[in-house]
Design a protein around this ligand. Structure first.
Ligand code: PXP
Length: 252
């Protein structure tokens, strides 16, 4: 049996909305996806309302918050550090808010927040959301300055960005993947010492999740694109079960 805390699995349902939006209309409904994920044992639902609304829309996030309240499953609302998003979060008051960097031209969230260099901008949003009762998380790279700055401005959680690790593996760059995992091991330990809860996510798959799940301070993984892609072939419950098995097999 594992001696470290179990890892919570948050399911990011954004890309159900991507498929819906490819045709307009209402199908497939990301809220139905969230309901199925919850029925299949998701520990949380994650959704990113991007400024350009390319996948999740305002009405989706309202309905997701209602579903999560009804089922008592935490909603992790991902958002850019803008006044518009802060006001939406303050109105919805989701269980958790994860602040992410956002650039319109990017395909997905590339790289972590610059908390160390963006103090003045991010700190008041963290404070407003924390005061409203949300658990605030900052999506950062496992870099000491970013971790320390996150603790300094009062975030409860850091989510370590695993995108560069996933890319390194895809590119066959074993040395870079090793270096990033090493930085994540050190970063997770430092974050925990500073009193931060540690999450991780981005680009995780059945085959690359193990080395991240093996880091004992990480207590939550947020996974979307790969699982929704796999769900096309085997269904979401089976894809989630296989991911859960890969995570548990790696837990120390
Ligand atoms: N965590 C955060 C903060 C994210 O922004 C995303 C999606 O971009 C994920 C986790 C999930 O990443 P993926 O869809 O690649 O699994």
């Amino acid at each position: 049996m594992s001696l470290t805390p179990e890892i919570r699995l948050g399911i990011n349902i954004d890309h159900i909305a991507t498929i819906r939006n490819a045709r307009g209309g209402v199908h497939p409904d990301p809220v139905d996806g969230a309901r199925l994920a919850i029925k299949s044992g998701a520990d949380g639902i994650t959704a990113h309302l991007r400024e350009d609304r390319r996948h999740i829309r305002d009405a989706d996030i309202e309905r997701l918050e209602m579903l999560c309240q009804e089922t008592d499953v935490p909603l992790n609302f991902e958002m850019a550090a803008t006044d518009e998003m802060r006001d939406i979060a303050l109105r919805l008051k989701p269980h958790a808010v994860c602040i992410v960097p956002e650039r319109r031209e990017e395909r997905t969230t590339e790289g972590g927040l610059n908390v160390a260099g963006g103090h003045n901008h991010i700190a008041p949003i963290v404070r407003d959301l924390t005061d409203a009762g949300c658990r605030v998380s900052l999506f950062i790279e496992a870099v000491e300055a970013q971790i320390r700055a996150s603790a300094d401005i009062g975030a409860a959680v850091v989510e370590l960005h695993t995108g560069a690790y996933a890319h390194a593996i895809d590119n066959g760059d074993v040395q870079l993947a090793d270096e990033i995992v090493d930085a994540m091991i050190k970063g997770a330990a430092l974050a925990a010492t500073l009193g931060l809860e540690v999450h991780a996510g981005h680009g995780l798959t059945y085959s690359n999740v193990g080395r991240i799940a093996a880091i004992p301070q990480i207590v939550e993984l947020n996974i979307g694109h790969f699982l929704i892609g796999e769900a096309v072939f085997v269904g979401l419950p089976k894809a989630m079960a296989q991911m859960r098995a890969a995570i548990e097999a790696a837990r120390p």
